[in-house]
Design a protein around this ligand. Structure first.
Ligand code: BT5
Length: 260
């Protein structure tokens, strides 16, 4: 993977600009800086390796050299999409999920930001917003996808089991540029439908643990327990508690687990 091969591969997509790094701290940091420096809509920062890759709440994201996809998209939302920005994490998750399906896999989305293959995390999403006063100026959508086996962190690094596309396909994995192309074309197609029920249905359909008892925790605290019913129209999670009351879990730094 290099800047020329990427530019060539992505030339048919209407991306805003591209910055490639052999190694970087975090593509999200570079994208946030570029966003405040007038990056165009759908500009992309991509790196072969991240040395300070970030998850939510400054957890670490592991991106060793030559084996994963790590990139950040800069979005400059149009007025018509602004009311639906809380769906962006679903849009990103669906795009990664579709690229997995094209490889014959059966991805699930562990709300809010993980993509699972066979119950193991293969990708994560980190969304950060640049504000201008009370308005969203731009949104940075960071995506990390484990492609080769080498990209899977050692077990002691993990709170949840992890896998890679290579481990799940069990045959030769396509080039990273090809997988990136599929994710971005899917992202561009779904973004045009961000305001539709079709997007919400597609997202809900592949939610992990649907119909099952789950626990939602924020840090060390359990914030909700119940049966996972689905999504609200803003992408919040809908549960049913033991007394048949519905509970809405809004975004925030929460993690989902099957209830013990
Ligand atoms: C995430 O956070 O899953 C968001 C990950 C976003 C990474 C992308 S890469 C491009 C862009 N630039 C960045 O700096 N970040 C974004 P969270 O839900 O908080 O999960 C983090 C947890 O996942 C860590 O605490 C580890 O336990 C685990 N983890 C770290 N690296 C992993 C990997 N490669 N595969 C699977 N799990 C991993």
């Amino acid at each position: 993977m290099n800047e020329n091969s990427l530019k060539k591969k992505l030339s048919k997509l209407n991306i805003g600009g591209l910055r490639y790094f052999d190694s970087i701290g975090s593509t999200n940091d570079e994208a946030l800086a570029w966003a405040t420096d007038n990056a165009r809509d759908l500009s992309i920062v991509i790196a072969d390796e991240q040395t300070q890759g970030r998850g939510r709440l400054n957890r670490k994201w592991f991106t060793p050299q030559g084996s994963a996809l790590a990139f950040s998209l800069i979005l400059r939302p149009s007025a018509s999409l602004r009311p639906h920005l809380s769906r962006t994490v679903g849009l990103a998750a669906l795009s990664i999920a579709e690229s997995c399906r094209m490889l014959g896999l059966a991805p699930q989305i562990k709300w809010p930001n993980d993509i699972l293959l066979n119950g193991k995390k293969t990708a994560g999403i980190l969304i950060e917003t640049v504000w201008s006063g009370e308005h969203v100026d731009s949104v940075v959508v960071g995506m990390g996808i484990n492609i080769q086996s080498d990209s899977v962190p050692p077990e002691e690094f993990l709170q949840f089991p992890a896998t890679s596309l290579e481990d799940e396909i069990k045959k030769e994995t396509p080039a990273r540029e090809d997988i990136l192309y599929n994710i971005l074309s899917s992202f561009i197609n779904w973004r045009a439908r961000l305001d539709t029920n079709e997007l919400m249905n597609a997202w809900e359909e592949i939610l992990a643990f649907r119909g099952e008892q789950v626990q939602v925790s924020g840090g060390s605290e359990i914030v909700a327990t119940g049966k996972l019913l689905g999504l609200e129209s803003d992408g919040s999670l809908c549960l049913l508690d033991a007394n048949d009351n519905s509970i809405t879990v809004r975004f925030g730094d929460v993690s989902l687990r099957p209830a013990a």
